[in-house]
Design a protein around this ligand. Structure first.
Ligand code: SF4
Ligand code: SF4
Length: 222
């Protein structure tokens, strides 16, 4: 534990927590805690799975998000009565977020389960990077294989691609299907399991929501 003690204020960091600091302040007998996060984690700079469509199909907007600004940035917004979301892969993702200072509220709060475990010291930075590398390797095998199988040129989220894969496999004759299915489906299953187990466990409270939508046509697009 690294600690800096200045009388009423104590700043501390656990040795394994590479990305967050805790501040404890004792003011007039009342103790408060504040965890300070840096603007982004270097792990995220080498990852991007929560922006490139691998983890999420859509991201819900909040009332404070400026829809006009996002549309000006090229975002394709999907509107469900009073709610709105944008599709992933995010148009602002080019290796990193290109609208970082005015990204949507949910993006600015989002930390996947793996990053939270790095923050708390449960997982080392090295372990997390190895998991990110595994997920990226699987993504890079799965995505082009499904795009070729389904004959799609537009960039879709993994969720949409998996549905396209199922449809394309269904349309193959049984012999072709067996041949294609085995290795591709194993890779897809490995990727989905890794994402669910380590990045966004199903029992965690989703901060970025995914809407179960096929975004080729409906719903209302603005
Ligand atoms: S998936 Fe997690 S580690 Fe990767 S960029 Fe998103 S928050 Fe960071
Ligand atoms: S706006 Fe930025 S942080 Fe949000 S999904 Fe797009 S690239 Fe990621």
């Amino acid at each position: 534990m690294s600690t800096l003690d200045c009388g009423m204020v104590r700043v501390s960091r656990s040795p394994a927590a590479t990305t967050s600091w805790s501040i404890t302040a004792d003011l007039s007998g009342h103790t408060g805690y504040l965890t300070v996060m840096p603007p982004t984690s270097s792990l995220c700079l080498d990852c991007g799975l929560c922006c490139d469509g691998t983890m999420h199909t859509t991201v819900a907007l909040e009332p404070a998000d400026d829809r006009a600004v996002l549309q000006g940035e090229g975002f394709r917004l999907l509107v469900f009565e009073t709610e709105a979301c944008f599709e992933q892969p995010c148009v602002a993702f080019h290796g990193s977020c290109t609208i970082y200072d005015h990204r949507p509220m949910k993006c600015s709060r989002y930390r996947c389960a793996l990053l939270r475990q790095v923050d708390s010291g449960e997982v080392t930075d090295g372990e997390a990077r190895a998991l990110v590398a595994d997920a990226i390797a699987l993504r890079d095998r799965v995505r082009p294989a499904i795009e070729a199988l389904a004959g799609t040129t537009r960039k879709h989220s993994l969720g949409v691609l998996v549905r396209k894969m199922e449809d394309a496999l269904e349309a193959l004759d049984p012999a072709q299907r067996l041949e294609t299915q085995s290795s591709l489906e194993l890779d897809v299953a490995a990727l989905l399991t890794l994402l669910a187990d380590r990045f966004e466990p199903r029992d965690s409270l989703p901060i970025v929501q995914s809407y179960p939508v096929e975004t080729d046509g409906d719903p209302d697009v603005v």
